[in-house]
Structure formats: C-alpha cells, structure tokens
Design a protein around this ligand. Structure first.
Ligand code: AMP
Ligand code: MG
Length: 707
C-alpha cells in the first residue's frame, strides 16, 4: 500500500451552532501533510463542516493527493444493533437508514432523540439508547442508564474495550455524548462515501482508494494532549487533539500505517474499529509529548559563591551546568532536516532492526547446525533475495539458495557461505561443522521495536539518521535552533574590507564567532560592531535580546574605563564578573539583559575563542536543550617542553603530528595565526608542572568542542 499525502482528523460534534469565538466541544479539523502542519480549523455547524470536507476532498483529489480522513466517533454499533434496527448486519444499511431519518439545520437543530426513540423501539424491552436533556420528552429514551440490561447487545464494542474507551455509543446525553455524535455523524459519512474514490476502512477495499475514511480516537494519545494543553493558548482540548492526532498519523511510515490498518478482529466487520487501537504507545511517541515551554532563567543564575577570588575551571563549569536550563521550544521535523538538531524527546524504535531474521552472506540456507564431516543436501527450487522473500517453507534436510539481506524463509535458521559449498544446481556438498544460526542475523539483534533508540538531548549526527531510518522513524521532535547574537565592541574596530586608519584594527572576533556558532549547529544573529559608547551599546543589547536566545559580546568585559559591557550589565543588577583561573582568559562578564543571557567575552581573539570553546559552548548547549557534554580528549606524548606555575589551568594551541602533541611556537595572546595553525588545544591541569618532550599531555581536538 502506498502512503497518504494528507492526513485529516475531524473532531465531530452533536451540539447546536457553536459560538463565533473558537471553543471546545465544537467541530475541529486538523490537517498534516508530510512534514507540514496546519493550524486546526474551527467550524460552527455540521453543515458548514460537511461542505468544507466535501470541497476539500474534491480539491485534494484533483491535485492527485491521497487523503486519510479520521473521524472521532464510532462508525458502527455493538454486534446485533444493526440487525435489530434494519434486519441486516451490513453497517452501510444502518448508515442509510439513519441518513434517511436524521434532519439537521445550520442552527444545529436536529431530531436525533426522535430517531433514537425509533431505534429503541426496534428492541424487545428497554432499548440500549439512553440519556436526554429533558426528563419529560422522548418517553422511549430513558433518562438514565439504570435498568438497561445490555445482555443481548453489549454496552461497548470490541474496539472500545481494546482501546480502553469508557464511553458507549448508546449514551446520548451528559458528556461524553458519543452516542449523539454517532447519530449526527453517520449520515454525513454515508454521503461522503458516495463521492468518487472514497472507501471506508475497514469495510471497503482501501488499498487503492484515493480517499479513505477511518474511525480514530484521540484518547489513544491522551498523555500527549494533556501535555500540549498545558502549553496551548488558549487551551482548547479538541483543537490539540486533532492537531496531535494528525501529526501522529502523518508521522507513521506507510509500512506502520499498513500494519495498523490490517490489525483488527473479525467483529470489526460489523462493529467497526478504531484505527491504531493496540498501538497507542507508537502514536503517542509521534504525537508528542510536546515538551513544555521552558521557564526563563533565574535572575541569579550567574551568581558566584562569595569570597572566592579566582574560581577554578571545573567549579565554573559545574556552576554553569547546574544553573542553566533549556530556554527554547520545539518542533517536529523530517529526519532529513534533523542533522545537528537537538532531540526534544526520547525516540522509540517503531520497528526492529533487522525487522526479520535475514542472511548475512550470499550462500545456501537450511535448518540447524551440522556436525563435523561431509554433508550433502538437496536444493529446493527458488531462491530468497533481499526484498524478494521466498514464499514458502524449506523442508528439513533441504537447502535453498539465499542472498545477503534476504529474509530467512520458514525452515531456515543457518546459512552456508557460498565459498564453502560445491553445487551442481540440484544438490550442495559442504564440510561440517557449522553452528546453528551461523551467518544469519536475528530479528531485532541490533535494536528491538519499542526500545529507546536515541535519548532526548542528543545532537543528531549523520549516523543517527541511519539509525532513525532503520528503526522506522521518519519524523522527530527537535528543539528550535538556539539563536545566538554576536556583537563586537571597541572604538578601534573596523569592518574587514574597509580602510583601516592608524590605530585601527579589523574586527576579527565577529567572523570567527559567527563561524563557531554555525559549526555548533546554532543560528547566528549578526549584531555588527558597536563603538565604546554606552548609549549605543545599550540600544544594541536591547535589540539583540529581542532577536536572540543568548548574546555573545567580545571586548569591553573587564573593569576598565572603556569596559562598557561589564558596566552596563552591572547596572542591571544581574551581572557577575567571573574571574576564572584560566590562561588564556580575562574576566568573563556574565549576566542577563532583559532576561536574555549575555556572555561578555574578552576582546583578545585568542582568549575569546578559548573561552567560547571551554565555557560558552557547553553553556549554550544546555540553553539549546542538549545534554551536558564534557569535551573528549586523549593523552599523547608531548613534542615540547614547558614549565607551568600552579594555580590556574592552561590551554595551549596545539596539533598532533606523528602521534605527538605539538604546540604553537608562541603563547602570545594576540597571535591569531596560532589559532588557525592549531587543530585543538593541549590542556594542562591546575597544578604546577614541568613537561618534558615525551611526557604525556591531554590533547583535545577542536572537534571535541563542537567545532
Ligand atoms: P578589550 O577586552 O576590549 O580590552 O580588548 C582586548 C584586546 O582585544 C584589545 O587589544 C582589542 O583591540 C582587541 N580586540 C577587541 N575586540 C576585537 C575584535 N573584535 N577583533 C580583534 N581584536 C579585538
Ligand atoms: Mg575594548
């Protein structure tokens, strides 16, 4: 079966005309196409909604798009109901019976209780329908359920039991009024079914139908809906239900959807079935849970313990790690767009890898291992190839030609390597022993369906894309990209390409930092340069705070006369000067500007880059929703000599040649060429050290810092 281009979910209503302003308990329609989602539509009356649906199906049809349209009310009644009313078990006979009786108008005035009375009179004794707005009307519909036996006719269908739905399609009043929705919904379905190309699942043949109508139930994804409601504004349950269900169903691969559409018991032919009943877990994973909108950072998130003079690097990192939390929302994207993005929720395998046992080699398949010695087996006709399974069983004592990746046919658990076999086309001869299961891959030996394939907080890699695809995941919930504003400060700076006068230098930090942000997978926001002028800087920070989730400034972060970044942040009261025992490095000014975190980096390009790698990158990763990641380094013999005083950590520009760590010829902090020469940093611990050539040192490649 091919997939659907468009998934539409309809939340029906039995009520009167709904108010102008969108509310719950009205008609809501959610639409999802591929990776795109539309804002759910609101309808005030059934007549308007049906007109829209009819027109929509015609338009989609004309555009050649296949539509799966789900409705949230039962398409059938418990076994025996249809026969009692129409004399036939045929569900469509009941639909037409209702269509010819139910009347509705644009105000929502309808005769459903009269029709329910007529249905109840078709049963001996008390009929199954109950519940009405007034005790004095419709004598053949009891006000309460008490007294109805539900013996010959069950109160709930098999599907309701399977899906754990408490509601009954016989209940016409008092929420949930599922019964009223069925009466007001089936006549519409009867009309839609007459449109060209429309099939109703699971009654009609649906494989090649242009439009398939199916019963669905939002209760299957209730936890996701509840979570989405907490974040929705205004919180309208029906709107979130159709939005999330459309997203979930559209997120299923054609294979998984086909499995769900084939999964119903015999009684569904009369009672209808809920698409996805028994697969709630899988739908829920695709629907959400939508992560909550993250809370803002606390004002004191950058405060330092009092009385400490120089903070060791590890303490500074531990503080950032405990204080900072994710500040960005999330969205669902196709895996094709997921590389470099941060997963917002755990990803569950919806299919095992491999999905079925298959051959690891080209050769011959048979059952069981064999002992030492020479063996001959007759070959059966046919073969098994990847994607073209052998349709049948291999009798014991026989072998079959099999190719790499082919599903093991019934009766095969072991594969002989082609090179170890002599064959005349009729038989194969080979030498034992061979263990049972040799050269075969077990179903799920890599990943089992339902297992967590990847954890929330992971930054998706190219290899992860292979894993996601293999386990049947086509869409994932990821964090919005962290927007990082970059701003250079200093009267001496000019733009590369402009004329530089005496005393002026080119702004080197901004292109470097913008590039680093891009390499980290964040979204750079270029805020340009600002002179050492407090009013101008204030205005620029204000604008950056509106456009970005975090601000990186360079220059002006110390405590001097022209250090306006630290001065301005100090005014806000949410600034801290972090004096970290690190070289290269100057004090970092950390603070919040209008609630947006600011990293005031030193102006010196070497210090700016090292501080970004060591402190700003892991901090920004947390803000972006990623898990904390300490950079991975490895120990190598040094190709240099160095004496280091105790009391601070040092990072040297370094690279690896012939298995040894070389460092740049100068530690001068203005030497930008050394940053470019280097391929990583050598990290030397806080204590005193005398390193001689051949001593082990820790090398951390730029890549480990996310570059
Ligand atoms: P500051 O932190 O503002 O005192 O600057 C420290 C040193 O870094 C000074 O020599 C500045 O000229 C230099 N500097 C500041 N910003 C930049 C920049 N964007 N590009 C290159 N050098 C810079
Ligand atoms: Mg400056």
């Amino acid at each position: 079966m091919s997939g659907f281009d468009t998934v539409v979910i309809v939340d029906w209503s039995a009520g009167k005309r709904a108010p102008k302003r969108p509310t719950k308990d009205a008609i809501w329609i959610g639409i999802a196409r591929g990776s795109g989602e539309e804002e759910p539509l609101y309808f005030r009356s059934r007549i308007e909604a049906e007109a829209w649906i009819t027109h929509f199906l015609q338009t989609e049809n004309a555009a050649g798009r296949r539509v799966l349209m789900g409705f949230d009310f039962p398409f059938g009644y418990p076994r025996g109901t249809a026969r009692a009313v129409t004399g036939s078990n045929d569900v469509f006979a009941l639909w037409t019976w209702l269509e010819s009786r139910i009347r509705d108008d644009d105000a929502g005035e309808n005769n459903r209780f009269d029709v329910a009375e007529e249905m109840n009179r078709c049963f001996e004794g008390l009929g199954p329908f109950w519940g009405k707005p007034s005790r004095d009307m419709w004598p053949d519909v009891p006000y309460r359920k008490a007294g109805i036996a539900f013996e010959r006719i069950a109160e709930r269908r098999s599907a309701d039991v399977r899906a754990n739905a408490a509601s009954s399609c016989f209940q016409l009043a008092f929420p949930p009024t599922v019964g009223s929705q069925v009466l007001m919904g089936l006549p519409m379905l009867a009309r839609l079914r007459r449109l060209p190309g429309v099939a109703v699942w699971p009654f009609d043949a649906w494989d090649d139908a242009q439009t398939v109508l199916a019963e669905i139930w939002p209760g299957l994804i209730e936890p996701a809906v509840r979570q989405a409601l907490d974040a929705a504004d205004p919180p309208i349950r029906d709107r979130e239900q159709v939005r999330l269900l459309a997203r979930a169903v559209a997120g299923l691969t054609p294979d998984r959807l086909a499995v769900m559409m084939q999964d119903f018991p015999e009684e569904a032919r009369e009672e209808a079935w809920i698409l996805g009943a028994g697969h709630a877990e899988e739908l829920r994973a695709l629907a959400g849970p939508v992560p909550l909108a993250p809370p803002p950072l606390r004002n004191d998130c950058f405060s330092l313990p009092a009385g400490v003079d120089w903070t060791p690097v590890d303490e500074a990192l531990a503080l950032l790690r405990t204080r900072l939390t994710c500040t960005v929302g999330s969205e669902v994207v196709d895996i094709g767009a997921a590389q470099g993005r941060v997963l917002a929720q755990d990803v569950i395998a919806v299919r095992s890898n491999p999905p079925q046992a298959n051959s690891a080699v080209d050769g011959y398949g048979f059952a069981g291992g064999v002992p030492e010695g020479d063996h001959v087996l007759p070959l059966i006709e046919g073969r098994a190839a990847a994607g073209v399974p052998f349709d049948g069983a291999v009798p014991s004592g026989h072998a079959i030609r099999i190719l790499t990746g082919a599903a093991l046919p019934e009766g095969v658990d072991t594969v002989l390597l082609e090179e170890d076999v002599a064959s005349d086309g009729q038989r194969i001869a080979f030498r034992g022993p061979l263990k049972m299961g040799a050269n075969a891959r077990r179903a799920g030996e890599d990943v089992v369906e339902g297992a967590t394939a990847l954890r929330a907080g992971r930054v998706v890699t190219a290899a992860d894309l292979a894993l996601l695809a293999a386990v049947g995941v086509s869409r994932v919930m990821v964090r919005h990209r962290l927007r990082v504003a970059i701003l250079s400060t200093g009267d001496e700076l000019v733009e590369p390409g402009q004329a530089a006068g005496p005393g002026q230098i080119f702004d080197a930090n901004r292109p470097m930092l913008l590039g680093m942000i891009r390499a980290f997978g964040f979204q750079p926001v270029d805020m340009g340069r600002v002179a050492d002028d407090r009013a101008a800087l204030r205005a620029r920070l204000e604008s950056a705070a509106r456009q970005a989730d975090v601000i990186l400034t360079s220059g002006g972060a110390s405590a001097g006369d022209e250090d306006h970044v630290s001065a301005l942040l100090r005014e806000t009261g949410a600034m801290q000067e972090w004096r970290i025992a690190v070289k290269p490095g100057r004090p970092l000014a950390l603070g919040l500007w209008s609630g947006t975190p600011v990293f005031g980096l030193p102006g010196n390009p070497v210090a700016a880059m090292v501080c970004t790698l060591i402190f700003a990158h892991p901090a920004m990763a947390l803000l972006a929703g990623a898990a904390w990641q300490a950079p991975q380094g490895f120990d190598l013999p040094a190709a240099f000599e160095k004496r280091k005083k105790p009391g601070r950590r040092e990072y040297l520009r370094a690279r690896v040649r012939d298995g040894r760590a070389e460092v740049f010829k100068s530690e001068g902090s203005g030497r930008i060429s050394g940053l470019s020469w280097a391929e990583g940093l050598v990290e030397i611990g806080d204590g005193e050290r005398h390193i001689r050539p051949g001593d082990m040192v820790r090398f951390i490649p730029y890549g480990s810092f996310g570059l």
